[in-house]
Structure formats: C-alpha cells, structure tokens
Design a protein around this ligand. Structure first.
Ligand code: PRX
Length: 633
C-alpha cells in the first residue's frame, strides 16, 4: 500500500483541493510510487478543448510489471488470486504473485508464438476462470490490446465486436459453467467466426470438457501450447498513451462503442481509486468483487486495481443463486472475505430469497461493503447494511462508468461519511458540475441537473475505437468543454451527490447498459415487424426492465408465438441480457409531426403512470396514445 493513501477526512479534503489546484504536482507525486521504464516529461497535458488530453506523456512502462514483477521481491508468496469455482465442492485454485507472474509470462509467450505483437487486438470470450484474468495480463505484457467480450453475449454480438476492432486472435473456453448450465462458448465462437476473417487463430481453454469441434490450423488447445511455452517473457515497453484495452459498451444510438483506455493514466487511476475507496489496511484483508471480467468493474476492480496494490483478489466462477441463494454468504464465510463489492441487482435478488440463508451464514469477517453499476434503492441499501454488514460495515456506493476507467464518486471506507443511496463525494481529481439543459452550470446545494466532469482525470477513456468523431459527439458534443456522463444527479444540502439514473436512451438492466436503439434494431430485423420502440421501466430486481412496443406487419399471426420469436431474436442478435421483459403489440406509435417517437409518453405508460402523460396535442395522431394505454392495461 502506498504513501498517498488517504487516512482521514482532513487528508481527503487536502488531497481533493491539491488535485485540482495543482494536478501536475499531485499526480506526479502519486505516480512516483509506480515502476517506470522511463519517467514522464509532463504529468497532464492537453484538455477538453481539442480533446488532446494526455497523462504522463513521454513515460514508458508496462502495467504488468506494476501488477506482478514489482511484488516479486517484496511478497512473492503472497496470494495474488483466489478462485472459487462454480461448484461449491470444486477445487479452489490459488496463485501466489510468483505463480501468477509465471502463468502470465507463459501465456504471453504462447500468444506471441501465434504471431501476436504490440498493438494487435485480441478478443477474450471466456467464462470466469483464472485463465481469463491471466489472458488479460498476458496481452498487456506484450502490448496487445485486449477486448474482453462478456460470455453472455450472442454470436452476432461477439462477431460485431471482433470485426469492429479487427481482432487477430480469439481466446475462449470449450464451455463456461454458470450455475447448473454450461454456456457453449466454443460453439458460439464458431458461429461468430463464420463472419470474422480477421481472426487467424483461436486458443481454446478446456474447462467443462464439453465436446467441441476444433478447426485444424486455426484452433489450438490452451494446454498444448501452454506446456511448451517459456516462462521468460520480458515486458514490452509501452508509451503512456499506448492503448491498453478496448471494452465495448452500449450508447443511446447505433452499435456498441469500443471504449479505448490507455496505459499510464489508467494504471494510476485504477490503483489510486482502489486503495482509497476500499481501504484494505490489514495484511489479512481479503477482497472480493463479484463482477465479471467482461465488464469494466472486472477489469479495474478484479484485475488491475487489486494486483497493482499487491493484495489478493478473489474471483468467482458462478452465480449468486447456485446451488442456492446463500452462495455469496457461504463464500464470504468460507474464505473470510473482509471487503465485498457487488451490484444492487444482486442484493435485490438475494433479499427476495429465503432470509434464513443470509442469517445462518457467519458474516463476521466483513469490514467494508461496496455497490456499483446502478442506483441502489433505500430498501436494498438498508437490507445490505443490516443483514450483510450487521450495521458495522460502511457501504461504499461507487459511481463510475466504462468510460471513466475507475471510481469517480464514492465514500472512502471509514473516512468519509456514507449516506443511504448517495455516492457522496468526488474522488480527488474529479471536478463535477451539474448543468441544466442549456449547459448552464447549476451552483449551490439542493439542486439537480445533468452530471458533467469539467477537467480531465488520468483514467478517462481517450477515444472510441476507429471513431474519434463519435467519441467527441457522444461525450463532448452536448456541452462544450465538458465530459457529459449521460446521468442525472442531485446535490443535497451537504453537497453530497446522488445519481438519479440515465437521462439518455440507455437502459440500465441489472447494472448493464443496453441501448434502446440496439434492441429496436434487433427486433426490426424480423420479417413481421414494421416498427419498434423500446423504453425502460422500473423493475423490482433488475432496477430497470425492457419494454418493447411493436407494430406488426401481419396482425393475423398468433401473438404469443410472435412474442416468443421476438425474445429469441433479441437473444440471438444481442444476448439474453437484452431480452424484453414486456412486449406490447400496438397499431401505431406516438410521434410528433416531424416523425420523432415521443418516448416520454411510452416511458410513462410502461411505468404504469398513464394519468400524467403531459401534452399530447402536438402528436401526429393522439388517438394511438389511448390505444396504447388501454393495451398496456
Ligand atoms: O448510470 C450510471 C450507472 O451505470 C452507468 C455506467 O454503466 P457501465 O459503463 O456499464 O459501468 C458500470 C460499472 C461502473 C452510469 O452511467 N451507475 C454506475 N454506478 C452507479 C450507477 N448509478 C448509480 N449509482 C452508482 N453507484
């Protein structure tokens, strides 16, 4: 742990002021504690005006030397990774820092042996096995850009992501365990690869021993390559702004964006936020983040943040409800977890299950709880506090995004105050602004507006892969010279921040971002569909559910089987996470005279609030609204 770790509220206040008044000095000091091949010329340069912000420019490093090599002299035998399998009686796998270093080097050489070099893109479509984390680091070791695709995405989604960044190598599993299911990852990959000419090789890690087809010349078993691979792999020299990874995320329009993070700034941000937010202070502290490495949380707070900090990271292969809804609590007890980081959707799902499962588990090891991914409701916050934390663990409600690289607003455990459902205060380096619809900054407290960040911070995304213009438009096009988050936010009487949710056409389903346009496009591909409008609505477990209004071409078709077809279609095109929860067949959609769908009205109906639809007189055909309201009932 580092000398820059904040240990009391006064230090937080000082750090916050210093970070904005003199970012060069502030971040320069912090960066000194990392391992560099060459130090920087400037700490922070450029800005939002020309979108040319850079951090630690002129420096050279490799992030894996900071995650692994750096710890080899001081704590080679410390556990780096503890893997809890899907099957509660399965083998727990442990890697010390020395062992993880060796595994990463061998994997890096095996990837290199297939011709992958610095700057090449490697797609990882894997379940939550140690080899996923190892592959991430192996790519970083040789300067290849990793693009992890969550194992729940469909073949089409996978293909789209591989094509967008021209990946040369795909690493996958034969299958992935998820509760009582096996996800046929290799089979899905084969389907995707029919349309991915850029892929030259596939490495298949065997986890489930499922039968798979191996294409000669293209497909290789992990264990065959690994056993002959050398453990000596010097880390590639990377410039500060060389790309580290691409991670696809949904926006309000078009196809998912490949958010690009670079090396030095991301590294410093991941470690700084991890250590200050979670505050692992004891050698014996054991941290577990339940996310999947397929999402940004798994990148920054399972992989990079903890390993940069030299702590043990716990990785779980399964799901919270297998073999029963007590699994999380049993794992906490089994491994004596002290720091537990999960999503509100998991909390809501588990609080709806048999309460005796949480009550009978011994959770006394817990010290700090965290949440991420979506606004947490009061009931879930209180249940988490009372039944999991036994009212003795601070809850760090961490607000951030794929694009921010790491946590932006959050309590620092045991240092800053928590408030139910509030992300509370910004991390040093984060200058927040609430603005109104015209971009005017809203001053003072007890206010609400659109959440923006007015200065560059080290961990921010640098571009959208292959489409810098889209990056500019999406994040800096709404309000000049400000990064717009897409979230609404309240600042209360104490200056604490509470995120109210997305203000754009993005739905947050179980903490995962789904663009309404993506779901609409998938449904519109069906023969029998004229037009679709998709909105979010409040859902007890998922936070938001997906509600689709569809105009059918042939109304004679059996509606039940049509609805089944729609669900299958979305699963096929995007993946099961984007399947609509509710589908309503309509004869028209509420549109303005210029042809724009009035989603505000559709959202109200989906929420069951059809009495307050506002002014509908400007609609092209106001009668469709009555039909939709009646149909929804
Ligand atoms: O709406 C916010 C919500 O999740 C969005 C970011 O999603 P994604 O890029 O997938 O990253 C999720 C994990 C960092 C945000 O725009 N969100 C994230 N954390 C919170 C949150 N909403 C409220 N409270 C949070 N703590």
């Amino acid at each position: 742990m580092s000398q820059w770790k904040i240990s009391n509220f006064e230090e937080y206040q000082k750090a916050y002021m210093a970070s904005l008044e003199n970012p060069d000095q502030f971040w320069g000091n912090i960066a000194e504690s990392f391992q560099w091949k060459k130090k920087w010329n400037t700490v922070k340069s450029g800005g939002f005006q020309n979108l040319d912000f850079k951090w630690f420019d002129g420096s050279e490093l490799n992030i894996t030397e900071n995650c692994l090599d750096r710890h080899l002299s001081s704590q080679p035998d410390k556990l780096a990774l503890l893997f809890e399998p899907n099957d509660p009686h399965g083998e727990v796998i442990k890697y010390t820092y020395r062992e993880l270093h060796e595994a990463v080097c061998k994997t890096a050489n095996m990837i290199k042996g297939l011709g992958i070099k610095k700057g090449d893109r490697v797609c990882l479509y894997m379940s939550m096995v140690p080899e996923l984390l190892i592959s991430v680091l192996a790519c970083a070791r040789i300067g290849a850009i990793h693009s992890v695709v969550f194992g729940g995405f469909s073949a089409q989604s996978l293909a789209g992501r591989i094509q967008d960044s021209d990946c040369k190598l795909l690493i996958t599993n034969d299958g992935g365990y998820r509760g009582d299911k096996i996800i046929p990852l290799k089979e899905i990959s084969d389907e995707a690869l029919k349309n991915c000419p850029s892929i030259e090789n596939v490495i298949v890690h065997s986890r489930t021993k499922s039968e798979v087809k191996m294409q000669s010349g293209r497909d290789h078993w992990w264990h065959d390559l690994y056993k002959n691979s050398s453990a000596d792999c010097p880390a590639e020299t990377m410039k500060a702004e060389d790309p580290l990874f691409i991670l696809y995320t949904s926006g309000s329009t078009g196809k998912p964006k490949g958010v690009l993070h670079t090396t030095a700034g991301y590294m410093v941000w991941a470690a700084y936020t991890f250590q200050n937010v979670f505050q692992l202070n004891d050698e014996k502290d054991l941290y577990w983040c339940t996310a999947d490495i397929g999402w940004i949380t798994g990148h920054t707070y399972i992989t990079y943040g903890p390993l940069l900090s030299g702590v043990t990271t716990v990785m779980f292969e399964g799901v919270p409800t297998y073999p029963d809804a007590g699994r999380f609590w049993n794992i906490v007890d089994k491994h004596q977890i002290t720091h537990f980081y999960t999503a509100p959707t998991a909390i809501r799902a588990l609080m709806a299950c048999d309460q005796s499962l949480v009550e009978k588990a011994n959770l006394s090891s817990l010290k700090v709880l965290g949440t991420v991914g979506e606004p947490i409701n009061v009931e879930a916050w209180e249940w988490y506090n009372e039944h999991v934390g036994k009212k003795k663990c601070p809850i760090v409600d961490t607000w951030w995004q794929t694009e921010t690289g790491g946590i932006m607003i959050s309590p620092l455990a045991n240092i800053t105050k928590t408030k139910p459902c509030f992300a509370t205060l910004p991390i040093p380096g984060v200058s927040l602004e609430l603005v109104d619809a015209d971009g005017k900054v809203i001053e003072g407290n007890r206010v609400e507006g659109n959440l923006c960040v007015s200065q560059s911070w080290p961990g921010q995304a640098r571009t959208v892969w292959g489409d810098h213009e889209r990056f500019k438009q999406t994040y800096f096009g709404t309000y000049p010279n400000k990064y717009f988050t897409g979230d609404g936010c309240r600042r209360d009487e104490d200056g604490y921040y509470r995120i109210t949710g997305r203000v754009d056409d993005v739905i947050n389903v179980s903490g995962h971002r789904i663009g309404t346009a993506e779901v609409e496009d998938a449904i519109d591909l069906l023969e029998n569909v004229i037009e679709t409008a998709v909105v979010g609505y409040p859902h007890d477990i998922k936070g938001q559910g997906i509600y689709a209004y569809i105009i059918m071409k042939d109304a004679e078709v059996n509606v039940d089987s049509f609805i089944k077809t729609v669900r299958e279609q979305v699963t096929k095109v995007i993946g099961p996470i984007a399947k609509p929860d509710k589908i309503q067949i309509v004869s028209g959609l509420p549109k303005t005279r210029s042809g724009k769908i009035m989603r505000r009205i559709l959202r109200k109906v989906a929420e069951g609030d059809s009495k307050n639809l506002g002014d509908t007189s400007t609609l092209l055909d106001p009668s469709v609204v009555t039909e939709i309201v009646n149909g929804a009932k």
